[in-house]
Write a protein that binds this ligand. Structure first.
Ligand code: ATP
Ligand code: MG
Length: 331
């Protein structure tokens, strides 16, 4: 299975008309509508390699869903280009649909009035999945997502968490190499969330699928993503590993070491400061722009000193992202 996502200078502007206030305003708006342009996505460029899970992050209204809609072929970009598994999604929507699975947590793709299992059967026919294969996949998804206890229920009667699990299975029934997940764990309880994360990890690691995920849940990002793309006001502000993001925005880590020699001379390592020292116990922290990520700091301390014990505290990813969003908001 192969599939990569290439996004080049992708932009989407929405034009909306705004109503002027008051009665005369409303009349004027009728004859002379006031048009405003909303740059939902502006000049966004990134890649997702085959078999990689990338988290697309950003505050509400950043442009995440709009980006995913262009990559699934639902929306056409105003400018720029995208390719998904070699296909330009908005030009060849049907061909693209065979290569991708998509879950929009906010909205179901299933048939509201049908029992889930019938929705699955319709999808099987649409994609021409052989019956034996379909049965094997359903069984696998049931094992991983526990669907059979409610898959004879009409979609409209499912709880949110149950419905999104069904949407996940539905998106993968035709075995697509590329998967788009827009807030797939919305409304799920902690147990189910963990189950879904396990499922997604399995889909990437065992099945080699390429996944683009959006979420507001930072625990999910930590568990699943190695790389993150951060957008704000439609613009890409950051593309990097979690370590790089921590280094840039999370300057609050500490490495606490107990040295074998309480009298050892401690000289600050590059990009690190000695925050405290009490005999054998030394606390290191980041110093300035060149500070290493916490795991590199840990490695540097172990390599430089003989230590009996070492521990680290790192900034919570929520704090790191808050700092990143705040800085991106000012830009
Ligand atoms: N069809 C549309 N017409 C006009 N404006 C739109 C349309 N779709 C989205 N927008 C605007 O584009 C911006 C980006 O919206 P988008 O849904 O992509 O954000 P998001 O990053 O997915 O946010 P959230 O985290 O809340 O889901 C928002 O300001 C939104 O109001
Ligand atoms: Mg969204």
């Amino acid at each position: 299975m192969s599939g990569t996502i290439e996004v080049r200078g992708l932009s989407r502007t929405f034009h909306t008309t705004v109503r002027r206030p008051g009665f005369t305003g409303a009349l004027r708006s009728l004859v002379d509508p006031q048009r405003v342009a909303k740059h939902a996505v502006s000049d966004v460029t990134f890649d997702v390699a085959a078999g990689e899970l990338l988290a697309l992050l950003g505050p509400n209204g950043a442009g995440k869903s709009t980006t995913i809609k262009m990559l699934t072929g639902i929306l056409t970009p105003t400018s720029g280009e995208a390719r998904v598994a070699g296909v330009v999604p908005y030009r060849e929507r049907e061909r693209n649909a065979r290569n991708i699975g998509a879950v929009f947590g906010q909205r179901t793709q299933l048939w509201w009035d049908l029992p889930v299992r019938e929705s699955f059967a319709i999808l099987k026919d649409i994609y021409g999945v052989p019956s034996a294969e379909h049965a094997v996949r359903l069984k696998e998804f049931d094992k991983l997502l526990d669907l059979s206890s409610f898959w004879d229920t009409r979609v409209r009667h499912l709880s949110l968490g149950q419905r999104v699990r069904c949407d996940l299975a539905a998106a993968l029934l035709h075995d697509p190499p590329v998967v788009f997940l827009d807030e797939p764990t919305i409304g799920m309880d902690v147990v189910v969330k963990e189950q879904v994360r396990e499922f997604l990890r399995h889909q990437v690691e065992e099945r080699g699928r390429t996944v683009l995920l959006t979420t507001h849940d930072m625990t999910e990002v930590e568990r699943l993503a190695e790389r993150v793309v951060l957008i704000n006001h439609g613009r890409l502000v950051l593309d990097g590993s979690l370590d790089e993001i921590r280094r840039e925005f999370g300057s609050t880590w500490q490495v606490r070491a107990t040295l074998a020699d309480p009298y050892a001379e401690v000289v600050p390592l590059p990009g690190m400061a000695v925050l405290r020292r009490e005999g054998a116990r030394v606390v290191f922290g980041p110093d300035g722009d060149g500070a290493p990520a916490v795991h590199q700091a840990l490695k540097a301390v172990i390599e430089r000193y003989e230590v009996n014990d070492i521990a680290l505290d790192e900034a919570d990813l929520e704090d790191v992202m808050r700092a990143a969003y705040a800085q991106a908001g000012e830009a």
